[in-house]
Design a protein around this ligand. Sequence first.
Ligand SMILES: CSC[C@H]1O[C@H](OP(=O)(O)O)[C@H](O)[C@@H]1O
Length: 344
Amino acid sequence: MNLNGSWVRSIARTERGVRILDQRRLPWDIEWVELASAEMAARAIREMWTRGAPLIGAVAAYGLAMALRNDPLALDPAYAQLLDARPTAVNLRWALDQVRDHVRNLPLDARAAAAFARADAICDEDVALNRAIGEHGLTLLEQLHARNPDRPLNILTHCNPGWLATVDYGTATAPIYLAHDRGVPLHVWVDETRPRNQGALLTAFELAGHGVPHTVVADNAGGLLMQQGEVDLVIVGTDRVTANGDVCNKIGTYLKALAARDNGVPFYVALPYTTIDRSLASGSEVPIEARSGDELAWITGPMQTGELATVKVTGSAVHNPAFDITPARLVTGYITERGVTATI
Ligand SMILES: CSC[C@H]1O[C@H](OP(=O)(O)O)[C@H](O)[C@@H]1O
């Protein structure tokens, strides 16, 4: 990822553990924090210092390795503690399973090193998967742009499925970055993505860093833009896709898929196969994370002095489900590391 002109990953090993960007303060402050224990890793996931399905998997994998470094017998309790941090993204369980299966039958004194090695590999694999998603998605974007070559391709996206949500490149943003780099003229409509504003704060920050033309819109603007012919396709990420192809993603995704269908706009989901959960038959079985109402009732941003302030936007009772389910019938295709497919 291009951060102030340097190419770095969103997670990297340190002497005591790993470093991650504190996403709660982006884009106003760029602050790396070190996670040096499983407890800290679980807290960073739960409190969303770090987020995004693939990235929380990577953080959890290192968390398990750090637990084993302190106590090689802590495999099961540390696994349970980390799994409990957030319920919806299946990559969290996938990554923990990968580490646990890798070390379970090893001698106790070999577990920690092996766990760190598997966590390192998970990160490297994630970069390669996203790069492959980008290549397949690039072909799709080139084809769509060729239909209307006289104007930039207009892409709408929701939440942050970018490098900040993965180890690098992102899922839904990988084709966008590659297309931009290879000269496909494009413009991205960035959904603000209330309540935590991952679109306005994170996706816009990423796209700006990469020089990709983009505009932030209120979550409710997408339908109108589609009616006006201003959206050529929608690409979103996902936290879990069930066996029938239903897509769990950030709250509000379903409404975009409905609007896209009503307006004949293709709706694509970008994901690695690690985000598919074949143990669940359909989206109705996905645990939907209910987060604190404070995320909706309060909003944080810089004052004119530059100092960050948190202000209240409602005093009423609030309900804050974090994800919704887009039925497979509304999905035009899935952009994966193996190619673009109509079904999963
Ligand atoms: C590439 S997965 C991105 C995914 O993560 C987001 O959720 P959260 O910010 O709550 O971790 C969202 O659903 C994105 O599509």
